[in-house]
Design a protein around this ligand. Sequence first.
Ligand code: ADP
Length: 364
Amino acid sequence: MRVVILAPVGRDTRLLAITLEEMKVDAIPAANSGELFELLKEGAGSAIVADEALTPQEADALTTWLGSQPSWSDMPLIILTSAGRPTIMSQQRAHVLSAIGNVTLIERPVRPETIQSAVRAALRARMRQYEIRSRQEALLRANADLEQFAHSASHDLREPLRSIGLFSDLLALNYGSVLDGQGSEFLGVIRSSATRMETLLGDLMSYAQASNIPDELVEPICARGPLEVALENLSGAIRESGAQISAANFPEVRMRESHLAQIFQNLIGNAIKYRGEEPLRVQLHASREPTAWCFSVADNGIGIPWEYRETVFGIFKRLHTNDKYTGTGMGLAICQRIVERYRGRIWVESEPGCGSTFLFTVPA
Ligand code: ADP
C-alpha cells in the first residue's frame, strides 16, 4: 500500500513526504514519468502526480497504461493542479487526464488534511480492489481444477469403458448362442449402458472444452455461418420432424464460429426433441443491446415448468427419463458455459404447453 509520487522537487514533495509519513504510508518518489510507470507496474496503492510533471504525451502514455490494467484494477490517481490562470500546456494536460477514470484533482496550494483524506480514500478503494483480485484468482484456480477434473474424468474413464463395450460385443458374438433369454437380456443392458456412458463422457468432454475460450475479444463473424453449420448437423432430425425453422436477422458477433454453432445446435436440437403435438415451428431472432446482441430461439413445444427454469442449465440435469426423451442433460450446461465465458447470460422463458423461448446475449 505504498504511494508513488511524481512531483518536482520543492515545497510539494516536502509537504507530501511529511503528510504521508504522519499517516504511516510509504511514499516512493519517482524521478520522471518512466520511473513512475516502472513503480506502478511493481504495484502501488495510489499515485500522486503534479500536473506540470507530465507533458501532454506523457499524460497520454499514463492514460494508455491505466487503460491496460487488468479487470480488477482501477489505480486511484491524485493529480495536483496549478492554481491561477491555466496555460495552453496545462489545458492540454487537463484534457488528456480528464479521460482517466479514477482521478481526484486537488488544486494547489494543498492542505495536509486534503491530501490525507484523498490518500485515505484512495488506499481504501485500492484495498478493496486487491480483495477482489484474490477472490478472482481463487475462482480461476477452482475453475481450472474443475476443468482439469472434467477433462481427465472423461478421458481416463473412456479406456475401461471401451473394454467393457468391446468384450461384451465379443461375448455376444462368440457365446450369444449359449446364453438363455435372461442372459442375452443382461448382456443387452451392459452394452446399452456402455453406449450411454460413452455419450455422457463425450458430453462431459465437450463441457470441459467449452471453457477453452480466449479472454481477449474475438474478431466479429456473421451469425449466418454458425446457424448453417447447426442446421446441417441437425438436417436428419429436421427432415424427420418436419420442423419449420425461420431466422429474422443475422448480426455480426464477436464469437468463435464453432461456439455459436454449438449453441444453436443444442437449442434447436432441443426444440426438435421436446416438440409437442402441433407441427413444430422454431423462430430465431436477434435484438441489439448497448454492447451485445440478444438472440432468442423460440419453439411451440412441450414447455418447461417455471420452477425448473434454472435447474435445466445444471450439469446432467434432466426433466425426463431416458426412455421418454433420450439425452444426457449436458446440452444446456454446455450452452451456459460458452455464453458465460463470453461474459453473456442465458435464460429461458416458458410455460408447460406453451412452448419455450431460450435467450442468450453475446458480445457485439
Ligand atoms: P438433454 O436434452 O440431454 O436432457 P439439456 O441440458 O439440453 O439436456 O436440457 C435439459 C432439460 O431441459 C431437458 O431434459 C428438458 O427437460 C428441458 N428442455 C431443454 N430444452 C427444452 C425445450 N426446448 N422444450 C422443453 N424442454 C426443454
